[in-house]
Write a protein that binds this ligand. Sequence first.
Ligand SMILES: *[C@@H]1O[C@H](CO)[C@@H](O)[C@H](O)[C@H]1NC(C)=O
Ligand SMILES: *[C@@H]1O[C@H](CO)[C@@H](O)[C@H](O)[C@H]1NC(C)=O
Ligand SMILES: *[C@@H]1O[C@H](CO)[C@@H](O)[C@H](O)[C@H]1NC(C)=O
Ligand SMILES: *[C@@H]1O[C@H](CO)[C@@H](O)[C@H](O)[C@H]1NC(C)=O
Ligand SMILES: *[C@@H]1O[C@H](CO)[C@@H](O)[C@H](O)[C@H]1NC(C)=O
Ligand SMILES: *[C@@H]1O[C@H](CO)[C@@H](O)[C@H](O)[C@H]1NC(C)=O
Ligand SMILES: *[C@@H]1O[C@H](CO)[C@@H](O)[C@H](O)[C@H]1NC(C)=O
Length: 412
Amino acid sequence: MMVSVQFLLFFGYVLSMPDCPQKCLCTPFLTDCRGASLYEVPHGITPKTETLILSDNHLTLISPGVLQHLFNLTFLGIANNKLSLQNDSFDDISKSILSLDLSGNNLMDLPSNLFRNTKKLVWLNLAENGLSLLDSTVFSSLGKLTYLDLSNNRLKMLTPMFVGLSQLDTLMLAGNHLSTIPQGVFDPIPNLKILVLSHNEISHLPEGLFDNLKSLNDLLLDYNNFTEIPHAIFTTLHNLEHFSISKNRIQNIPPLLFASRFTLRKLDLSSNLLSELPSDFLSGLEKLEVLNLSANCIGNVPKNLFINNTRLEFLHLDKICLQTLPIFLGLQNLIELTVCCNGLKFLPKAFTNNMVNLELLDLTKNNISQIEDDAFKMNPNITKVILTGNPVCTTERFMHYSFKGLDCSNKN
Ligand SMILES: *[C@@H]1O[C@H](CO)[C@@H](O)[C@H](O)[C@H]1NC(C)=O
Ligand SMILES: *[C@@H]1O[C@H](CO)[C@@H](O)[C@H](O)[C@H]1NC(C)=O
Ligand SMILES: *[C@@H]1O[C@H](CO)[C@@H](O)[C@H](O)[C@H]1NC(C)=O
Ligand SMILES: *[C@@H]1O[C@H](CO)[C@@H](O)[C@H](O)[C@H]1NC(C)=O
Ligand SMILES: *[C@@H]1O[C@H](CO)[C@@H](O)[C@H](O)[C@H]1NC(C)=O
Ligand SMILES: *[C@@H]1O[C@H](CO)[C@@H](O)[C@H](O)[C@H]1NC(C)=O
Ligand SMILES: *[C@@H]1O[C@H](CO)[C@@H](O)[C@H](O)[C@H]1NC(C)=O
């Protein structure tokens, strides 16, 4: 009863709001006209509006003056329309606007002076358009911008394109068919923390590309054409915490590549063509917490490989052509280990003895027909060992294993 009274009160309030355009929903500071089949910016938006959402409509332009009365507008969302923009499209709201979502508009170009007055902008989304050759100074007045999303365009990168973005901390450039990155392009954005270059066609990075990115924490290079790990990364990125280069064609790792990367916490090298791992290649990664080596036909994993990675909590070794399980050293903090889809036949009890904190072990789709007696005696926290798709599941003996966390069900 309480609930429905509140519900009625709330909607009564919404309906009685003055200045709410038809087909929109309004609260005192928000006007939400998503998916309202609009062909133009509606009249009657309350001047109190701070957030205006016009996404998923058919807007083609923002007529001069139509937003003029919205002195307090800080967020304008016009994603998924058919906008074409003029030099002065945002001049009316330039003194207040902080965030602008222009994604999904099939924009081919940006007028060179589009942002000249929107100097307060901190968040700008231009993803999912057809942007290619931008005027090299189009962003240069955005000295407060912290987030810029240019994903899924067809950008041609120009060296000066990020000049002026001195506060930028997140730059998304995924899905742009990029094959090269011009040297020096990131020099003007020394505060960058997150750089996403996934889903491009990059095979090489120029020397010194990251020299100025002393604060970079996250670098994502997944789904590119790399055949080796770009060396530039490890000579300069002294604060890197998350590095991901999965789904490339990396064949080998030079010894000691990661030797001095003490800061790395998350590393993803999965889905490459690695066949061998130097035994000390993780030796410098004392802070590593998450490691994914899945989908590389490695076969032989040295038992010392993780000996210095004492903080490792999540380790993924799926599809790596393992035939037997080495008794790994280290791993005393491991919580989750996945070893799916290998050719393992036997689970020795000593395998998990060092992994005193282990909670989950996934052995799905191996060829395990036997588990050694007393397995998991040293693992007080283990709750689940997934064995789905192994012959052991169908043996008579299965019912008699003393450890009760064994799981052969198909719903994992
Ligand atoms: C805009 O915000 C200011 C400060 O919160 C407030 O005083 C003013 O009344 C608001 N303007 C409108 C048109 O609501
Ligand atoms: C935008 O401004 C620039 C420089 O003032 C001018 O060259 C250009 O023609 C303008 N473009 C439009 C679409 O108004
Ligand atoms: C990147 O790899 C893809 C898939 O193998 C290939 O089609 C494309 O031509 C490559 N691009 C470059 C620039 O080498
Ligand atoms: C590890 O990598 C594989 C292959 O790229 C991927 O399918 C899987 O989701 C990754 N696991 C985690 C936990 O990220
Ligand atoms: C582990 O660290 C020690 C001391 O830094 C070093 O001597 C050794 O080579 C490392 N071992 C591996 C396998 O990384
Ligand atoms: C097991 O889990 C508990 C509670 O999460 C934790 O305090 C403990 O350190 C874990 N490890 C061992 C070996 O008990
Ligand atoms: C599974 O192991 C048995 C012997 O234990 C072997 O005959 C069989 O070929 C193996 N199957 C696969 C798919 O590796």
